[in-house]
Design a protein. Structure first.
Length: 423
């Protein structure tokens, strides 16, 4: 084992796991595990070395953020990246009876590189629970006090309902009706709960069919959060060979159809692809709310029969940027018109993040037969003039319409983005 200077010895209970213990990897002894200390902090631990006489075992214990742990579980970051987010690491030496000998609080820079985890070490595949209930939790800021802004909860709830509806609408089987129920909120930090049900008047709709449909819905949510953005180009080009879409979405739905004694044909596949390509736009409207009382969103699945749950993934600012790229790819072959110069537009702002200077507005447009319709484009306010007390805030607070100078982007005649000049 490598040497550690005695000056780093500490007398503390901070790195000790006392609750929520979860074994991630085991090989005769626990190799990788996680849990929380008595203060509720998330800790990840691993065996890193043992003495030549087999009498002393050395472990790394690192306090990490929940969002980073979820990203690690979803293979977004490696174990090394996970622990390198901390400036210091706790090193714990124990004897064969698990009795602590010493605890060190060591700068990561002083740990020999060959004792650190390899950059290629990712989390072993973790189990996803296939249930009919899901929780979208707002995390950070106001949400950590189990509170949320009413307007943001309404917007997020509406778009989660649409997201789940888009997924379940792909199930077109006679006599089978999907239902999305919203369930009471829970303090996790602020959890919005949903239940997906399939009701049937067919005597052949059994538990196997229900399990297959739960698996399809859960895996499609997983795919939408963790893989869809990176496969947007392949979906657009109808190239499904060796894709996560094929493994996580198409095959589970086809299996469900087979159990339901229904044919999964080319039309079913086309409907599935078209619906999945709507999802980035729905998730984008949810993540537009980032910064309004919360920092990120976490989706979990629940199986109430077994009383188990699993984290599906997180949606933060990095995720939002990936969504923007995905929507641009999906729209790339559409009829897109972008203003070359700034023009006057009349809008009503209904959402605005004054930190990112991004939000959403209503704008009047012309539909078929010149009937007036209302578009809801994203807005991006340029410049560095403060937005507190501005006309944009006034529009949002009192519902007024304001005139702005902007460059508009239209897709198939509908307003999608307004880049607003504000000096």
């Amino acid at each position: 084992m490598f040497e550690i200077q005695p000056k780093y010895i500490v007398d503390t209970d901070i790195p000790i796991i006392v609750d929520n213990y979860l074994l991630i990897h085991f090989d005769e002894v626990p190799i990788l595990y996680t849990g929380t200390n008595e203060y509720g902090d998330r800790i990840i631990g691993s065996l890193c070395a043992e003495s030549e006489d087999g009498e002393t075992f050395r472990y790394f214990h690192t306090i990490i953020k929940n969002i980073d742990f979820v990203k690690f579980k979803k293979n977004k970051i490696s174990y090394r990246q996970l622990i390198e987010t901390a400036k210091r690491i706790f090193v714990i030496d124990k004897d064969v009876n698990e009795k602590i000998i010493n605890i060190y609080n060591t700068p990561i820079a002083e740990i020999p590189q060959d004792c650190m985890p390899l950059a290629s070490v990712f989390c072993p595949n973790s189990e996803i629970i296939f249930g009919s209930e899901f929780t979208l939790s707002l995390k950070g800021q106001l949400a950590d006090a189990h509170e949320a802004l009413n307007n943001q909860v309404n917007i997020i709830s509406k778009n989660v309902m649409q997201f789940l509806t888009t997924i379940t609408d792909c199930v077109k089987v006679g006599g089978l009706t999907p239902e999305i129920h919203q369930v009471a909120y829970t303090p996790t930090s602020f959890g919005i709960n949903f239940k997906v049900k399939f009701t049937s008047n067919d005597m052949y709709f059994n538990k196997d069919a229900e399990k297959a449909l739960n698996e399809y819905v859960t895996k499609t949510i997983d795919y939408s959060i963790n893989h869809l953005s990176s496969e947007a180009r392949k979906l657009k080009d109808k190239d499904f060979n060796d894709t996560e879409f094929q493994k996580m979405v198409s095959v589970p739905l086809e299996n469900a159809y087979q159990i339901l004694a229904h044919k999964f044909d080319a039309k079913s596949q086309e409907r599935l692809v078209n619906n999945i390509m709507k999802i980035p736009f729905e998730l984008e409207r949810m993540t537009d709310q980032l910064g309004h009382g919360f920092e990120y969103l976490e989706m979990k699945s629940h199986n109430t029969t077994d009383n188990k749950e699993s984290s599906i993934g997180v949606m933060d600012n990095d995720f939002y940027n990936e969504l923007v790229s995905a929507t641009e790819i999906i729209e790339s072959k559409e009829n897109i018109v972008t203003d070359d110069v700034f023009k006057n537009y009349e809008i009503h702002v209904y959402h605005l993040n004054i930190l990112t200077r991004k939000g959403n507005a209503h704008i009047k447009n012309k539909g078929k037969d010149d009937k007036e319709i209302l578009d809801s484009p994203k807005i991006d306010i340029t410049g560095d003039a403060g937005l507190d007390g501005s006309e944009f805030i006034g529009s949002m607070d009192n519902g007024s319409w304001i005139t702005v100078r902007a460059k508009a982007k239209r897709v198939n005649g509908r307003y999608k983005i307004l880049t607003i000049e504000y000096k």
